[in-house]
Ligand binder design. Structure first.
Ligand code: DI6
Ligand code: FE
Length: 398
């Protein structure tokens, strides 16, 4: 971060700051001072300051991955082989594989191990212009390991130039020692772990997995009641494999987001619209488990629900560490426009994390910028497996 004012010039800026196509400014200038954007507009109208020439490149807000599980032990390549032989994601989970196999590996890992294995995943995201990453717990399912995961996530922020937002996901799966007793798990582990995470300042938000293979709406509501009591915002993995009404439940708690949403129906969409809950679209999981039902993008659009796009990076249903690829998949698989995909990985991703200081290029926001070797912002979602990032510039909070 430089504290003297710098005027970035000779660039095309996709500000996303208004409704116009990409908020695009040709031959733009961006004034940055003390880590904050002070001014954005046409170069001919720019205030005077020391200039830095960006060589005609494209500038966007730095990307934000608002849904990841990058902290975890082990991998699930063997499960990948099983699923390719015909087992479904749910069958693997019910047979004790799936999330529970990652739980065993995560319980065996120290904070240092968890940090060491998460770093290359974080580096892959950063290399594509990501400046903010959400990281969930949820592979511990005992108090110590849930806290260890969150500590590892916090530690990442000290090792790399990136903002980490942590989410407590104790209600991710029922661990083997509580098999058939999900309510006892919520009472004896999940809620005490949530209180401990809160007391240690380890959780910025609270999430759950509302699904037949995980927790019911009534069980999630108990976790959300505790989050509300602690003053923590909530979000929910909802309607991924079936429709249990999780998105409407989340909306009734003014959730920041409801995520996945393949089986979401119109009442759920309406509830999200009324509450201002962001729909986080996760095409990596749709692709990896060979789901065939796409989320109701047209309805979400019609009802004005903001859509974010994220990797859902996790060892089971989305072993993907590319947010640019998630943007491409959101367009190709779900028919988002490239502009929706870019807004989804910046502006709306910020909102899904409750962050109001980033996500567009506008005065007063953090100067988190991504500079791309690209002519047009549609190129970012268009390519597959190519990284056009030239440079990230990181700002600061007020
Ligand atoms: N839904 C997901 O896609 C991830 N968690 C969840 O609730 C998958 C987690 C895993 O399979 O390890
Ligand atoms: Fe997830």
């Amino acid at each position: 971060m430089t504290s003297a004012p710098v005027l970035y010039v000779n660039c095309r800026a996709a500000t996303l700051a208004d409704e116009a196509a990409y908020g695009l400014i040709e031959d733009a200038a961006i004034l940055v001072e003390q880590g904050l954007i002070r001014w954005v507009g046409p170069r001919t109208e720019a205030p005077k300051a020391a200039e830095r020439d960006l060589g005609g490149r494209l500038v966007t807000p730095a990307l934000i991955d608002c849904h990841t599980h990058i902290v975890h032990g082990g991998h699930r390549a063997a499960e990948f082989e099983l699923r390719l032989k015909g087992a479904s994601y749910e069958e693997v989970a019910r047979a004790g594989g799936g999330i529970i196999s990652t739980v065993s590996a995560t319980r065996a890992a120290s904070v240092e191990d968890l940090v060491a294995t998460a770093l290359p995943r974080l580096d892959a995201l950063i290399a594509e212009g990501v400046s903010t990453v959400e990281v969930k717990s949820g592979y511990g399912l005992d108090i110590d390991t849930e806290l260890r995961m969150l500590r590892a996530a916090r530690a990442l922020a000290a090792l790399r130039p990136v903002t980490i937002r942590t989410t407590f996901l104790g209600a991710h799966a029922v661990p083997p020692e509580y098999k058939g007793r999900p309510d006892a798990y919520i009472d004896e582990i999940c809620l005490p772990a949530l209180r401990a995470a809160y007391e240690d300042g380890l959780a910025d938000a609270v999430d759950g997995f509302c699904e037949g293979i995980a927790f019911s709406t009534a069980q999630i509501a108990r976790v959300f009641d505790e989050a509300k009591r602690l003053g923590l915002p909530v979000k929910l993995h909802a309607e991924q494999l079936s429709n249990l009404g999780g998105a409407a439940l989340a909306a009734s708690y003014n959730a920041l987001s409801a995520d996945h949403l393949e089986y979401l129906d119109e009442p759920g969409v309406q509830a999200m619209a009324a509450a201002g809950t962001v729909a986080v679209i996760l095409p990596g999981a749709f692709y990896a488990i060979r789901e065939t039902q796409a989320p109701p993008i047209v309805l979400l659009r019609q009802h004005g629900v903001p859509m974010a796009v994220a990797t859902d990076m996790n060892p089971g249903s989305s072993p993907m560490t590319s947010l640019l690829l998630a943007m491409n998949m959101a367009c190709t698989l779900f028919r988002l426009t490239p502009e929706e995909a870019l807004r989804g990985a910046t502006q709306h991703a910020a909102r899904a994390l409750g962050l109001t200081d980033r996500g567009t290029l506008a005065p007063g926001l953090r100067a988190d910028l991504a500079i791309w070797n690209a002519d047009h912002p549609a190129e970012l979602a268009y390519r597959m497996g190519f990284n056009p990032l030239h440079q990230r510039i990181l700002g600061a909070s007020k």
